[in-house]
Design a protein around this ligand. Sequence first.
Ligand code: FAD
Length: 398
Amino acid sequence: MTYDVVIAGAGVAGCTAAILYGRAGLRVAIIEKHHNISTHKALCGHFVLGGAQPMLRRTGLWESMVAAGAAVGGIARWTAAGWSVPGPGLPECISLRREKLDPLLRTLAAGTPGVDLVLGRAVTGLLESGGRVTGVRVGDEEIPARLVVAADGHRSPVARLAGVAEDVAPNERFGLWAYYRGVVPRGPAGNHVWFLDPDVGILVRTDHDLHMLVAFPAKTRLDDFQADRAGALERFMASLPDAPDLSSAERVSKVIGTNDYPCVKREPTPRPGLVLVGDAAITGDPTPAVGCGWAFRGAEWLVESTAPALLGGGDLQAGVAAYRKALGFVIDHDRYGRRDALARPSNPVEKLIARAALRDPELARRVYLFAMRSIPAGELINPRTLVRAAWTLARTSP
Ligand SMILES: Cc1cc2nc3c(=O)[nH]c(=O)nc-3n(C[C@H](O)[C@H](O)[C@H](O)COP(=O)(O)OP(=O)(O)OC[C@H]3O[C@@H](n4cnc5c(N)ncnc54)[C@H](O)[C@@H]3O)c2cc1C
């Protein structure tokens, strides 16, 4: 049979796209290389920024995650200027460990009418006809489809099969974290991030009363963290301003991390009949915790843009172009993300805005919405912001 859509990869982006295509009334095959529905991505901090909240609520995924134990809350941000605390009415973040999130999304996808979840099979080739991708090869089996979606993560074997070029940028931080029970936060919110210029520390409350202690130091400090990673992580967290109280905390996981995680970008609509979503399209710096949110939101943009043509036999290429346009939101943010990933100390303009935001609630709101990826990058990064920040400091200085 010919499916409307075949999706490679049952991670965040793939499952979300499968659920939404299925709900739209389309026939979907989602192919996942892992056999076990519970196999999950280990290398993920799963802190989903507030920018994804509206989409998660619209689709009911928010409620499903909360029912599975997800922790919900805002995040206070520390810079040398002091703490910036989210005001009322701002979008909240959500955190559910991938060992819970991945099986939840796969179960929801498998239970959606019209969706066939195929576990334990990898996409190994593409079917092509007249310059168009017309399906996938899974071992000896051919699965034709009107649209092929590569949701197969940052290495994207499908993009490689299609010969899609990669735009790779360096990441000058490394990251490590572990889960703890019994952490007592001392900062002003449920979740905290410390921008130490250039190191970054993060404390996240997650499901089942656990906290994640996270360090993203500059690579120049790699040696300090190699011998005793748990000890180094705990010493790093203890050194932070308003550091969490770890005196009664117990580590309940091994230390997880990566020493090198470059940013990778690929053309999301590289060939007729083939689109990329989630990390396959844009793998950002993990430090600002953007990836799962982009995967959820990108999948919704993809389905909204292409489902009408797939259902009604309209112009699929126009739908694909609309998806490409929607992803411009991510590509713009990713441009600044790549700059931050160089782990350079803040420049004078960034310092000025951070100081002014502590005195100007509207500026603070905009900085927070930018950090949550709720607004287009240009709504914060523009000359008006600079003028407003300078004016605020001039007006309020003693
Ligand atoms: C250190 C680190 C920390 C992070 N922390 C956060 C965070 O706190 N918040 C956040 O939002 N993001 C975070 N991210 C990013 C986040 O993990 C990714 O952006 C997100 O998982 C992308 O989802 P995806 O569905 O595109 O890919 P994945 O979740 O990677 O899913 C891809 C799926 O494709 C499958 N697959 C691969 N190849 C094939 C094939 N050939 N055939 C079939 N299936 C295949 C894989 O098995 C997998 O299930 C972090 C990333 C890193 C590295």
